[in-house]
Write a protein that binds this ligand. Structure first.
Ligand SMILES: Cc1cc2nc3c(=O)[nH]c(=O)nc-3n(C[C@H](O)[C@H](O)[C@H](O)COP(=O)(O)O)c2cc1C
Length: 314
């Protein structure tokens, strides 16, 4: 039930979104794959699975396992690559009214730049989300996203390639201080930040005395990570994003409207839903409607009034 008495639209990096709810990258395909379950055009924004310059098969299986209140994935950026994305998915995206943000990944800065340069020409793309949590082979196997200097370097390079498209930088939680990487991205020209990606984690099959995932480790997502994600959004909002006037898309374990409200109060203007879609894809619209109900119950007229409204102390 969506009522019009409260305004759930948000201003997001120069765009007006009908509501704050996004899909989280990697959980909804590239375009309208979830069309049988929901109308993706009723979302605030659609974020595609990561695209790389060349197609990738990803990691060997098993590459997904359920954990208590979450899951581990080690998909390894399996994707169809830029050329097939342009041929097969862009025409579908052209028929979608929701703003679409292409999540871009790679092993070298030049690969990110090449993908963004190609797609920046497309009117149907609203912007990009940079996945900087994947291994940077050329620089010794660490992630771009762990080192503020590398975050700055990749953000500035892609900023130029992105032209006037919205540039969202997606932060890794696998760092000591997420405000340092957030500040680096903002200073280098990010229009928005999204946080968080998954936590590096592992599970062991004790009978076989083997790792459950063929890749040994995977990324932990789902409700298990939510309190840490909320803390990180609060830190990034209060220490970096609020003064820079840069919106945050909060994510990590959002399953119900109440979870989404925690992120809004902590300072997120947008919310992305990932793992919960594997339980029930329609939860995403229930979350949207639950936010409107909360506003009504608490006599707010707009969702914008509650962004960062967390009261701390006496
Ligand atoms: C199966 C799976 C695949 C994912 N693939 C990507 C991806 O391709 N690129 C990316 O930036 N994040 C990817 N993520 C991370 C999510 O977008 C999100 O940041 C994370 O899962 C936390 O949100 P959640 O707890 O709601 O899932 C993936 C997550 C899952 C569970």
């Amino acid at each position: 039930m969506t009522k019009t008495d409260v305004d759930i639209s948000v201003d997001f990096a120069g765009l007006k979104l009908v509501n704050p709810v996004f899909t989280a990258s990697g959980t909804c395909g590239y375009a309208d794959e979830l069309g049988d379950f929901m109308d993706v055009n009723s979302l605030g924004g659609f974020i595609t699975k990561s695209i790389t310059l060349k197609p990738r098969k990803g990691n060997p299986t098993p590459r997904i396992v359920e954990t208590d209140a979450g899951m581990l994935n080690a998909i390894g950026l399996a994707n169809l690559g830029l050329d097939r994305f342009v041929e097969e998915k862009l025409p579908v995206i052209a028929g979608m009214s929701v703003p679409v943000f292409v999540n871009v990944a790679g092993e070298l800065i030049e690969e990110y730049v090449a993908v963004v340069e190609r797609l920046a020409r497309e009117d149907t793309i609203a912007g990009f989300e940079l996945n900087i949590s994947c291994p940077n082979v050329a620089r010794g196997g660490i992630s771009f996203g762990r080192d503020p200097r590398q975050v700055s370097e990749i953000t500035s390079a892609v900023r130029k390639a992105a032209g006037d498209k919205v540039l969202i930088v997606k932060l890794s939680p696998n760092v000591t201080d997420i405000t340092a990487t957030a500040a680096a991205a903002v200073e280098a020209g990010a229009d928005a930040l999204s946080l968080i990606n998954t936590f590096t984690a592992m599970a062991i099959d004790v009978e076989r005395r083997r790792p459950v995932l063929a890749n040994l480790t995977g990324g932990l997502s789902g409700p298990a990570i939510r309190p840490i994600a909320v803390r990180m959004v609060h830190q990034v909002y209060t220490q970096v994003a609020r003064q820079a006037n840069v919106p945050i898309i909060g994510m990590g374990g959002i399953q119900y409207a109440n979870d989404a409200l925690e992120f809004l109060l902590a300072g997120a203007s947008g919310l992305a839903i990932g793992t919960a879609l594997f339980v029930d894809p329609r939860c995403i619209l229930q979350i949207r409607d639950g936010i409107a109900d909360y506003l009504r119950r608490h006599n707010f007229s707009s969702v914008r009034q509650i962004v960062g409204l967390l009261q701390v102390g006496g």
